[in-house]
Design a protein around this ligand. Structure first.
Ligand SMILES: [Zn+2]
Length: 329
């Protein structure tokens, strides 16, 4: 057992690669110290600039002969943030993959310390995988989001909701909640630390998606009963009815339904090949399915009691404008 003692008297750890002997400012986050250039930090962050403008009192704390600034952030967040600031290849722009924990730390810290360029870059990483249009959502290649979900699927999905709430990045929420609903909620609902209101959104949304919305979505298989211009009525009817019956077994979370769980995943473009219907039926059904998908997408924010896509997109445009990259001459 370690003897009880004053935590501040234990020797802090010098951050690997972020403790530079030729720099004159030491910063401490938890038990880690960083030695960086005061002017470098001030030139990138208006918050550090203001903080460092305050004259150092004669009896100020020092470390290694340098003035010491104590930060209230976690060492993990600060290490990732300083790495993103000083190493040009540590936090590359989209589409180069970056893990979610790094994006989250950089976003939290660049928001707090006003480093707009990094903030814009982190927002772009998250926005790309949480689209606000159906076309962009369907264009996401399978597996693309995996690099952003590296810390374990469920935990990272809930973390996106938490982060979006902390920093008011509301336009991420419809897709973030939809992704939460793709998981079986039972093992996670009680241990998750998202707010009670958001747990209600999650459960209410899941109930709607699994029930009413899934039923609406599979309607295209059997509505209308007879399609105008059908050239093979009995065969087409038989095919469509068989598929409609099979579809009743889809959409139950936790059952082995081959990933067919929620309305946006129930039917994909590859599935048309399994329907042996005539050309006219196929065209009508394809159009009907597109209409159903778009209508569902339009309702998605309301399903989770969130503002409309229009309102969310306006907030996105506004936030992105606020953190436009500076023009350097
Ligand atoms: Zn037909």
């Amino acid at each position: 057992m370690e003897p009880d003692g004053d935590a501040s008297s234990s020797t802090p750890l010098k951050a690997e690669g972020l403790y530079w002997q030729d720099c004159g400012l030491v910063l401490q986050a938890e038990d880690t110290v960083y030695r960086l250039s005061r002017d470098f930090l001030a030139s990138h962050s208006p918050v550090f600039r203001d903080m460092l403008l305050i004259p150092t009192p004669a009896d100020a704390e020092t470390f290694d002969g340098c003035p010491l600034v104590r930060l209230t952030d976690s060492a993990k967040d600060i290490t990732r943030f300083f790495n993103a600031l000083v190493r040009y290849d540590y936090f590359p722009p989209h589409p180069i993959p970056v893990s979610f924990p790094v994006v989250a730390s950089v976003l939290r810290m660049s928001d707090k310390y006003g480093v707009d360029g990094l903030r814009a870059r982190a927002l772009a990483h998250l926005s790309e995988v949480h689209p606000t249009t159906l076309a962009d959502f369907r264009a996401l290649p399978p597996g693309l989001t995996e690099h952003l979900l590296i810390d374990g699927l469920y935990q990272a999905r809930a973390e996106v909701v938490k982060l979006a709430r902390q920093l008011s990045i509301d336009w991420l929420l419809p897709v973030a909640f939809y992704r939460l609903c793709q998981l079986n909620p039972h093992p996670h609902m009680f241990t998750s630390d998202i707010t009670l209101e958001d747990k209600e959104r999650w459960l209410t949304g899941l109930r709607l998606l699994e029930g009413k919305e899934n039923n609406k979505m599979i309607d295209f298989l059997w509505t209308p009963r007879v399609i105008d211009g059908c050239t093979s009525r009995s065969k087409c009817s038989e095919e469509r009815l068989a598929c409609r019956k099979e579809a009743e077994g889809w959409g139950i979370i936790g059952h082995k339904t081959g990933g067919r769980q929620l309305p946006l995943d129930l039917w994909d473009n590859g599935d048309w090949a399994r329907l042996g219907v005539c050309g006219n039926c196929l065209a009508t059904m394809t159009a009907e399915h597109s209409t159903c998908m778009q209508a569902l997408w339009d309702r998605l924010p309301a399903i989770f009691d969130l503002p409309s896509w229009g309102a969310l997109e306006a907030r996105k445009a506004n936030m992105m404008k606020q953190c436009q990259l500076h023009d350097y001459e």
